[in-house]
Design a protein around this ligand. Structure first.
Ligand SMILES: C[S@@+](CC[C@H](N)C(=O)[O-])C[C@H]1O[C@@H](n2cnc3c(N)ncnc32)[C@H](O)[C@@H]1O
Length: 313
């Protein structure tokens, strides 16, 4: 019988695509489209070395390539249970959850459909998402450490500061020439209380016809949905914001689009005048949740009933 190393050497699973470049029997089989043979090798490797997360992940990739998504999910979850930091396995699991278009494609569609006059984005990083704003849209991006590599429209400006500092020091409406925020995307600090403050600050400058998008609303796994970042792939506990909005703001329309990697919240029917009870309740709900956080990061399966999405297969 072959030793597991000749089937799948350590670290060959850094990226699902690298299987195809690995000079192992399983890797060669995957590269050449011999998925069934690849699966046999990975299955044998799993038996020989059951603690090796990469063997399970290899089997997951082969199963997916054979169209067996549930078996792929099971192998991938086993791999992640053995090695929660196995980076490519997170993206792989996300693509199994949401096989449709990525969140960026959805945001691009929303720009062309809604044609917003103004767009505010919190957390721009390299500019991939803010670059989707139309040339005619006045766009403002906020990020304490922007690393823009994308070409941005001339009507886009970037503020290198945190969102809290930005809202404390700037009048957004004045910066938009007196216009409200038509479309916003919250993708900054991945802890729910930051996103909650961002939401409240944006709502103040919106209209009932505005739309607020919230990234990372759908927890992929316990490890990636915790408050503390322990994995490269990290969506934090933004999912709590969706639960808060649904509980304390029944007046809002709160939906989550099932898009990879971790869902996109879409909030409408905003109430810029809701300075009184609902805003105060949300603020105190934030403190309440912060004080009761100790335990309850769900796995995505546990959370699915509370965060139903459209588009999940
Ligand atoms: C996931 S990245 C944003 C990715 C980008 N929206 C995209 O889709 O391509 C998160 C960004 O949030 C920024 N960030 C972290 N804390 C923030 C804060 N308090 N206010 C605004 N941005 C913040 C980080 O610097 C980082 O660039």
């Amino acid at each position: 019988m072959l030793p597991p190393q000749s089937i799948l050497p350590a670290r060959c699973a850094q990226n699902p695509n690298t299987f195809g470049r690995t000079p192992t029997r399983a890797g060669i089989d995957l590269r050449t489209g011999r998925f069934r043979e690849a699966l046999e090798h990975f299955e044998r490797a799993r038996m020989l070395d059951p603690q090796n997360a990469e063997c399970h992940f290899g089997a997951a990739v082969a199963h997916r390539d054979l169209g067996a998504n549930e078996a792929a999910r099971e192998c991938c979850e086993t791999a992640l249970a053995l090695d929660p930091g196995l980076h490519p396995a997170h993206g792989f699991l996300a693509s199994l959850n949401f096989p449709g278009p990525l969140y960026l494609k959805i945001i691009a569609m929303l720009h062309s459909h809604l044609r917003p006059r103004t767009y505010l984005e919190i957390g721009v990083e390299t500019g991939q998402s803010i670059a989707l704003a139309r040339r005619e849209t006045r766009a403002i991006g906020i990020d304490p450490e922007p690393k823009i590599t994308e070409r941005l429209a001339p009507s886009t400006s970037i503020h290198a500061t945190t969102s809290d500092e930005y809202f404390a020091a700037h009048d957004v409406r004045a910066e938009f020439g007196g216009l409200p925020i038509d479309l916003a995307f919250i993708d900054g600090m991945h802890r729910f209380e930051f996103a909650l403050r961002d939401f409240m600050n944006i709502e103040k400058h919106s209209t009932p016809r505005s739309t607020i998008l919230i990234h990372d609303c759908y927890p992929l796994s316990r490890h990636t949905a915790e408050r503390e970042r322990r994995t490269t792939f990290w969506s934090g506990d933004i999912w709590r914001l969706i639960l808060i909005l649904r509980k304390y703001r029944p007046d809002l329309s709160v939906k989550v689009i099932g898009t990879a990697p971790t869902g996109l919240g879409v909030v409408r029917d905003l109430d810029p005048g809701s300075t009184s009870s609902s805003r105060t309740t949300m603020r105190s709900s934030g403190s309440f949740w912060r004080s009761t956080i100790r335990c309850s990061t769900p796995t995505s399966r546990e959370c699915w009933p509370s965060i139903p999405t459209t588009g999940r297969r």
